[in-house]
Design a protein around this ligand. Structure first.
Ligand code: SIN
Length: 495
């Protein structure tokens, strides 16, 4: 692609602050170039938006050294001072919401309204943790002997290595960096190579907010060499990752060489249970949010729809009608309800899951076709009826706009199917029966349950999974704990 074409693609962004688009990494407060670059594509057009340095182990090492050098001064500041910087950073994000959202839509594909929503969601983590850092309380334990004083301190863990995904190019960063910085840690971040511009724009605003050099570093490039440093370097005390279960397992294993603190937010396979006593309007609304948010590309997206026999046909018909009405298109060109998938592999997975279900007798209620031209990755929002629990789309996370509906008869059967997976991130149930609400919520083996709600994410509540969906929590007081170590001061006093 010629530079002229890149400029044409970029001019569609119409940024009010063109300097928010940076084609450089950010290490020790400086913008860094590399010998080679990685192109960043717009999935809605298949065209190149720009490029970022393809850095590796040497630069990750340099960023780690910078973060380690910046640590003593940063953690020595009061939580109030750190909180004021985070608050300014959050305010700057909101002030530049339009530009950040346009950048995000261009590199990730999500509809502009969703991108604006993500910028606000992302900013909320800086705001919330800036405050919560002031409440990193320890405790005083009554001495077990008369001359003993036991004080428990909560201290910053140290340098944090973070790897974040492409599906939420800002919020998955701030959900880690907010609590880390609030606690007094410093960070080396490797954002997804598919969506680095949102991360780099955050660094521009972080600098303006007063984040000191070395406190927040971004190393762009291919995952393996940078990941090796972030998981293996002894100067890094804590590693945090959001991404697939397969990659998370490998990274966590690598961290054990230096016994790091680790938190993992990995894949899900969320069941969405609709009981025959449910408010169907709410259930369909919840299903739309849960399934089609970010074009089905969230770890908490409903992946398996379990619908009780008596309401199955009506729910199916209503969900299909709503899915069909979604406007699919390029978010920069007008209001849309669904963007492209992130790449051709994602489209291929959708097609494979749909074909597998159809081969086993599933009926297409809407969708089931790729849309768009050469290089574009759109797929029609799809609803399939008559899907079995064994179908590929129920065993693997589709990560796309595909709802396959399973019919069930009893509550026990639904809960058994819902729990029959190694994933355990989010689950949803819709019912008006109070007893069932509690029974099923407690019986679902998941880190988060949406009860009559299709959305569980907020900065004020703990987000995270059980089983192979990972461990550790993001958001809420639990999210700060992930960046704090517990230290006991055991004092013996005389006299
Ligand atoms: C994710 O997909 O990992 C995060 C989604 C969210 O924060 O809602």
């Amino acid at each position: 692609m010629s530079q002229h074409d890149v400029e044409a693609e970029r001019s569609r962004l119409a940024l009010q602050r063109p300097d928010l688009l940076r084609e450089a990494a950010y290490v020790d407060g400086a913008w860094v170039q590399g010998a080679t670059t990685i192109a960043v594509l717009n999935p809605a057009t298949g065209r190149t938006l720009g490029a970022v340095p393809n850095l590796g182990g040497a630069e990750a090492d340099r960023a780690t050294a910078a973060a380690a050098a910046a640590l003593p001064a940063w953690r020595a500041r009061s939580a109030k001072e750190r909180g004021a910087i985070l608050r300014r950073w959050s305010d700057l994000m909101l002030a530049h919401k339009r530009d950040l959202a346009r950048l995000m839509t261009a590199e990730q594909g999500k509809p502009l309204a969703e991108a604006e929503g993500e910028v606000a969601y992302a900013a909320s983590f800086f705001e919330w943790f800036g405050e919560e850092g002031k409440r990193a309380y320890g405790s005083v334990i009554p001495g077990h002997q008369a001359d003993k004083r036991l004080v428990v301190l909560r201290q910053a863990v140290g340098v944090v290595g973070a790897i974040t995904p492409w599906n939420f190019p800002s919020a998955m960063i701030t959900r880690k960096v907010g609590p880390a910085l609030a606690a007094g840690c410093t960070v080396v971040l490797k954002p997804s190579e598919l969506t680095p511009f949102s991360a780099l724009a955050l660094a521009v605003l972080g600098e303006e907010a007063g984040v000191p050099a070395g406190v927040f570093n971004i190393v762009t490039g291919a995952p393996a060499p940078i990941g090796e440093v972030l998981t293996g370097d002894p100067r890094i005390a804590k590693f945090t990752f959001t991404g697939s279960t397969a990659v998370g397992k490998r990274l966590a294993a690598a961290c054990m060489g230096t016994v790091k603190r680790v938190s993992l937010e990995l894949g899900g396979n969320a069941p969405f249970l609709v009981f025959d006593d449910a408010d169907l309007d709410a259930a369909v609304e919840g299903a739309m949010v849960s399934k089609f948010r970010n074009t089905g590309q969230t770890c908490v997206c409903a992946n398996r729809f379990l619908v009780q026999a008596r309401v199955y046909d009506e729910f199916a018909e209503r969900l299909a009608a709503k899915a069909k009405a979604l406007v699919v298109g390029d978010g920069l060109e007008g209001p849309t309800g669904q963007g492209p998938l992130i790449n051709a592999a994602a489209v291929e997975k959708m097609a494979r899951h749909v074909a597998d279900a159809r081969a086993a007798g599933a009926k297409v209620l809407t969708g089931a076709e790729a849309l768009g031209g050469q290089g574009q990755t759109f797929y029609a929002p799809t609803v399939l009826a008559g899907v079995t629990a064994e179908a590929l789309l129920n065993r693997e996370e589709t990560f796309g706009p595909l709802a396959g509906l399973i019919r069930f008869e009893t509550e026990a059967e639904a809960v058994a199917i819902a729990n029959d997976t190694r994933a355990g991130l989010a689950a949803y149930l819709f019912t008006r029966d109070l007893d069932r609400s509690w029974r099923v919520s407690e019986g679902l083996e998941y880190g988060m349950v949406g009860l009559n709600s299709g959305l569980v994410s907020t900065e004020v509540a703990p987000f995270g999974g059980v089983k192979e969906s990972g461990f550790g929590r993001e958001g809420a007081a639990e999210g700060l704990d992930e960046y704090l170590s517990t230290k006991l001061v055991h004092a013996a006093i005389r006299g």
